[in-house]
Design a protein around this ligand. Structure first.
Ligand code: FAD
Length: 697
């Protein structure tokens, strides 16, 4: 008999952001100004748990909802009770506040163990079900970390479930397609990426939910080992508004005007690929700087300014080493700073000026992703970034490659910039099984202790990284768009990795650093870091690692894999993509074919048809045509998105496009803020007009 623990979270409602929610000075979003709601994906997880209970035919199974948060998080538990939860647990304590994903997953896991012992009476057949990620963190890390703490399998990115032959079969998203898997053992953690069957509360159930007593636990009740800010392994050091999109976002009223713009822009090639947050090279280790007073590489610009001020003063005073400064000189600097510096901060800065040794040692590593004998393009981008970071640090670039039959991939990794390729080959790694892979990769990291480990923020990387990092006892930052080496000298941190990522649905950017860890780990968004030109003259080492695995290390049985086959030329200069807004397969082909033909003849260039994942799932287009994070990343001169909303997973795949044009019936569709030109209208109305105008031109 299986029971269910659903993890639910209260989050700010980022779908209703008004202008007064932004701080007028810093430009960042103020969370307290936003209403609180239940994280949407968690409501879908709740619906899936309810469905699993129903299809398993076990009416006595229990659904327990667990949340960690302030006392007001009780609201999400009442919401859950009103829908289908049998009991709910509120984990609340000041000591738990300020936690990163590590110190969130840890207490949640201890609470799950307590639920299993006390409520399920030590019954081990249960599923922990949760949304893939929450809108405030967007990390997708907690479920994987919970699975690792509990030493149980994790099935990520689940979109559907069926009950067959006495067990559950889960459909899930993978790079390039989808997969159906079953678990080899329970308990297990399931993360829900999309489940479109909402649950509604009845009036009677609502009344019952409001009367029900909640179970409330504090930190002492669960005896977790890492809680709050002090138990965290990452810290946010800076929050700032995202830069303005480099896209023009210009509304065009008539299809004929759009046709003119397309023709003219294409001829002039004046599109604009999106600026990345990647800030380029430049860091120099303190020991290689002309003077110890050069502190131009601090993490925060305020620190940089303070150091510039203090170092100028020291030079003026003829001081060559911070140790020469006595109380009188300190006081002089403080008073000349005009309240800018306090004694403690000055003393910390002076102490920092004495430190030149980097805080971390070891190489810069990339965890390679591959399938069907091909290295994932994002791996090459990460090697390009790792090369830049390693060169700043005077270290080597290592790539860890786990799988089966890998020999033909090592050379390519070296040509792309790797110095050492660590190969963990085993027959049981033939198919990607997260539990077996994380064991092989973590063992290698634990042995060689690289100072930085980068994973691609693909579905595979985002599933693997939380498990590997938790196993290696290291902090992890998700979905970075900027990675650079900087100092925080006054905190004694030299040559550390600043990890910058979007948060709150892209409404703010945050820079994060790692703490209490041997390696600094991050996943990086595909399409943002730059791949180096292949250098066939490069040499490197291939280090073969023995990996011990048995059937017990496998967690999943792969029942079916659906991946794109066939030929599409997504490297064409023009791509016309259709989304779910095309309404049906006939529209997709009829309208896009017409546009395809006129663009091909008018622009005299290569044109291809693409699709969003939703269009593929609706059966409008073949899987191979899918553009985006789990499809193909493209970089054409012109990308025309028709009936595509602009979900992050789609837009990641078109970031390197020169000019993006959108046609959408919804004037508030997110893509309209991420494109160069757009027309508001239906595909059925606008495409024939656009084709006509192109033909007449
Ligand atoms: C792990 C993971 C990986 C993913 N990978 C990818 C990926 O690689 N690629 C990808 O595309 N998605 C991916 N997705 C899915 C992604 O989150 C979105 O669900 C998907 O991109 C939505 O596709 P869409 O824009 O076609 O559909 P919708 O979001 O449903 O948008 C349809 C749009 O069409 C508009 N519309 C409706 N009717 C009309 C009409 N008659 N004429 C014009 N416009 C109309 C609507 O206003 C709307 O904006 C992934 C999701 C997850 C969780």
């Amino acid at each position: 008999m299986a029971n269910y623990i659903v993890l639910v979270k209260q989050v700010p409602d980022i779908s209703q952001i008004t202008d007064n929610a932004f701080d007028p000075v810093t430009g960042t979003l103020m969370r307290s100004r936003l209403a609180s709601v239940t994280n949407e994906l968690d409501t879908q997880a709740l619906a899936m748990a309810n469905y699993m209970k129903k299809i398993s035919g076990d009416a006595s199974a229990k659904i327990i909802c667990l949340t960690m948060g302030p006392p007001m998080a009780e609201e999400v538990l009442r919401y859950s009770l009103a829908r289908c939860a049998d009991e709910v647990v509120l984990l609340t304590d000041r000591a738990l506040g300020g936690a990163d994903t590590w110190a969130t997953a840890n207490p949640l896991s201890f609470a799950i163990r307590k639920i299993a012992t006390e409520i399920f009476k030590n019954e081990t057949d249960y599923f922990v079900i949760t949304g893939m990620q929450s809108v405030d963190g967007d990390t997708a890390q907690v479920p994987g970390q919970v699975a690792e703490e509990l030493s149980v399998p994790c099935v990520a990115y689940v979109t559907d479930v069926q009950f067959k032959n006495g067990r559950f079969e889960f459909s899930r998203i993978i790079s390039g397609g989808s997969e159906v898997v079953a678990l080899r053992r329970s308990p297990a953690v399931i993360t829900v990426a999309k489940y479109e069957y909402p649950l509604f509360a009845t009036f009677g159930r609502n009344r019952w939910a409001n009367r029900m007593e909640l179970i409330q636990w504090g930190a002492d009740d669960i005896k977790a080992t890492s809680v709050g800010a002090s138990g965290s392994k990452t810290a946010v050091i800076r929050v700032f508004p995202p830069g303005k999109s480099a896209r023009k976002c210009q509304k065009i009223d008539k299809a004929s005007d759009l046709a003119k713009i397309i023709m003219e822009s294409f001829a002039q090639g004046n599109g604009q690929a999106e600026e990345t947050a990647d800030e380029g090279p430049g860091y120099i280790l303190p020991e290689s700087r002309p003077s110890n007073f050069e502190r131009n590489f601090e993490g925060l610009s305020k620190d940089m300014d303070d150091f510039a001020f203090v170092c100028d003063k020291l030079r003026q005073l003829g001081v060559s080493a911070p140790s020469q400064i006595d109380d009188y000189l300190k006081q002089k600097i403080i008073s000349e700073s005009g309240n800018r510096l306090h004694r403690k901060s000055l003393e910390d800065m002076l102490k920092g000026l004495d430190i030149t040794k980097p805080s971390y040692d070891g190489d810069v590593w990339v965890v390679a992703e591959h399938s069907d004998g091909q290295v994932h393009p994002a791996t090459f981008e990460l090697i390009g970034k790792a090369r830049q970071l390693a060169d700043c640090l005077g270290k080597q670039v290592g790539v860890v490659l786990a799988g089966w039959d890998l020999k033909n991939m090592t050379q390519e990794l070296i040509w792309a910039g790797a110095d050492d390729v660590y190969v963990s080959e085993h027959r049981l790694l033939k198919e990607f099984d997260p539990t077996a892979y994380r064991k092989a990769i973590a063992e290698c990291i634990i042995k060689y202790k690289p100072q930085i480990v980068l994973f691609a923020a693909t579905p595979q990387g985002r599933m693997l990284a939380p498990m590997v990092s938790y196993r290696c006892q290291c902090g992890l930052t998700a979905d970075c768009t900027g990675l650079e080496i900087r100092d925080r000298s006054r905190l004694g941190q030299i040559a550390i990795l600043m990890q910058t990522r979007p948060a709150l649905g892209g409404n703010v950017m945050a820079t994060i650093t790692t703490k209490n860890s041997i390696s600094q780990m991050a996943t990086a968004r595909p399409g943002v870091m730059k791949r180096l030109a292949e250098d066939k003259k490069r040499n490197g080492n291939v280090i073969e690692r023995k990996v011990e695995l048995t059937q017990d290390d496998l967690s999943l049985e792969i029942i079916q894999t659906e991946k794109g086959t066939g030929q599409v030329r997504l490297d064409s200069e023009v791509i016309v993509s259709g989304g779910k807004g095309m309404q049906n397969r006939d529209n997709y082909h009829r309208l896009l074919d017409a546009l395809y033909s006129s663009l091909k003849s008018k622009l005299e260039t290569t044109v291809e048809k693409g699709a969003s994942r939703a269009a593929v799932e609706q059966g409008f287009a073949e899987r191979i045509a899918q553009v985006g994070q789990t499809g193909t990343s493209v970089g054409p001169k012109l990308y025309i998105a028709i009936g595509i909303s602009g979900a992050i997973q789609h837009m990641i795949g078109v970031a390197n496009t020169e000019m993006i044009v959108a046609v959408n019936s919804d004037p508030t569709a997110p893509i309209l803020k991420q494109c160069d030109y757009y027309v508001v209208g239906t595909a059925e109305e606008i495409i024939p007009q656009l084709v006509d105008a192109l033909e007449k031109d």
